[in-house]
Design a protein around this ligand. Structure first.
Ligand code: C2O
Length: 469
């Protein structure tokens, strides 16, 4: 294995990089960069200039990138705070933050990368929306691919691999994303270090179980009105963890890329996609339009590059793999519906314990819920969904954050939000038989979010079901 400078961590040796390349362009420092940094991190604004010492010269970056081979992305919890692998990540993020302060338009700056996510993910620009559909997984894989290479080149580290946050085996946002003066931290978060994600939003089995890609990863847009049907992974675990963290990461997709924990959360989602892909019988859509869809990104040299979905389906072809594809299922205590009705377990087979989600069979079928966005009261707190035959005790089926209004990307506030949940065989049969199904929704209160707007349970009207195998 190649020996790199991080294997012999030495500040003085790395000090040699000072003043080389872009690090010398201090004249561009100033107003613009500070202004944007303040916008997104008002209370704790600080400059990241000290990290310029780690910035590689363009020559060193080019050499490193020419040596890049297959890298292994690891769970960040396995990288101690003083390890070289963690230090290189932190320093590379610091370098990218410093670049943005020097030059707000620096294509290799933290702000450029973060705002690129905002551009494609907030509906700020009509038509550029990659969430809530089958573009979600490939676009974010491309985003991380370019981010990883930007970080590697920033510090001329050929073997740099982007770590991920394995949230279902470590419910706390790891210490590696905290620290008073750390470029890895983000003071806008609504959680405190040590807080734990509620396990009920981590039904990994339900995310990985669908055999067809669309149920797992989302459908094509169904109309010009951008009616979306997102995949189970996205509505459930992806949205809920974003919102749980709060702040830049959790309050709007416009700002979520600013929090370094974004790459940790999405790194794990990308790993779940790789895990799903490795399971028996899983295939990607063969739709040519989808496969040939090209996304544009700045590469590590700051040059615009295109990458197609076809090129994004296999991580090893992209130059990375994961330390493990095992996904841990935390135990979920089934929530009970407040009030008279009491839900019962259908979502998790507890005997799965910490088993890999491969070959799971939870005995459930997927249901597509079509809800009028305007009838789903908006909150960034996720909702528990209970479904049952009218007059009978409803089942708890899942907790989701459907983000039903304009923040959810719909062009029209009354557009439908199509979401997918797994239900028991019994309930699926009742739906098949045309029985009237009642859907109850109640909020989970997250500390990072405002108090829920509706007290207790409410019933949703205007809800349609489509059964999926
Ligand atoms: Cu494009 Cu998790 O956000």
């Amino acid at each position: 294995m190649m020996k790199n400078r991080y294997m012999n961590y030495s500040p003085s040796r790395r000090g040699l990089l000072l003043g080389t390349g872009a690090a010398a362009t201090g004249a561009a420092l100033g107003f613009g960069g500070n202004l944007v940094a303040r916008q997104f991190d008002v209370d704790s604004y600080r400059a990241w200039k000290e990290y310029e010492q780690y910035e590689a010269s363009p020559e060193a970056a080019a050499e490193a990138m020419s040596k890049r081979g297959l890298v292994t992305r690891k769970s960040i919890s396995t990288l101690p705070l003083d390890s070289d692998e963690y230090m290189m990540f932190k320093e590379a993020v610091g370098v990218m933050r410093a670049r943005s302060e020097r030059d707000i338009l620096h294509p290799g700056g933290w702000i450029s990368h973060a705002t690129n996510h905002g551009l494609y993910c907030s509906s700020a620009v009509s038509g550029l929306q990659v969430h809530w559909s089958w573009y979600f997984l490939p676009w974010h894989r491309a985003f991380l691919y370019y981010l990883e290479r930007a970080l590697a080149s920033a510090i001329a580290e050929p073997n740099f691999a982007l770590p991920y946050w394995d949230v279902s085996s470590n419910l706390e946002l790891p210490a590696q994303y905290w620290g008073d003066d750390s470029p890895m931290s983000d003071t806008s978060r609504g959680i405190d270090q040590g807080d734990k994600v509620p396990a009920e939003v981590l039904d990994m089995n339900a995310c990985l179980k669908p055999v067809d890609f669309q149920t797992f990863g989302g459908f094509a847009y169904t109309s010009d009105d951008q009616e979306f049907t997102d995949g189970v992974l996205e509505t459930h675990m992806h949205n809920c963890v974003h919102n749980w963290v709060g702040g830049n990461l959790g309050n709007s997709f416009l700002t979520s890329g600013f929090d370094p924990a974004f790459s940790g959360h999405h790194g794990n989602i990308d790993r779940m996609w790789a895990s799903w892909s490795a399971m028996e019988g899983r295939e990607h859509p063969d739709d040519e339009g989808w496969l040939n869809t090209a996304f544009q990104f700045d590469n590590w040299e700051g040059k615009l590059e295109q990458i197609t979905i076809r090129e994004l389906l296999n991580t090893e072809e992209l130059g990375y793999k994961f330390d493990t594809l095992d996904v841990v299922q935390p135990e979920i205590a089934t929530p009970e519906l407040r009030g008279e009705a009491v839900g019962h377990a259908v979502t998790v087979d507890h005997s799965q314990g910490t088993a890999i989600a491969n070959n799971i069979d939870t005995g459930r079928r997927y249901v597509k819920l079509e809800v009028n966005r305007s009838t789903w009261p908006f909150s960034l707190n996720p909702s528990r969904v209970f479904l049952g035959v009218e007059g009978e005790t409803p089942d708890y089926v899942t907790s989701i954050a459907p983000l039903p209004n304009i923040l959810g990307g719909a062009k029209r506030p009354n557009a439908h939000v199509n979401t997918q949940v797994a239900v028991s065989q019994e309930l699926a049969e009742a739906i098949d038989a045309g029985k009237k199904i009642v859907c109850y929704v109640e909020y989970i209160q997250y500390k990072s979010q405002r108090p829920v707007p509706v007290d207790g349970v409410f019933e949703l009207e205007d809800i349609n079901f489509t059964l999926r195998a």
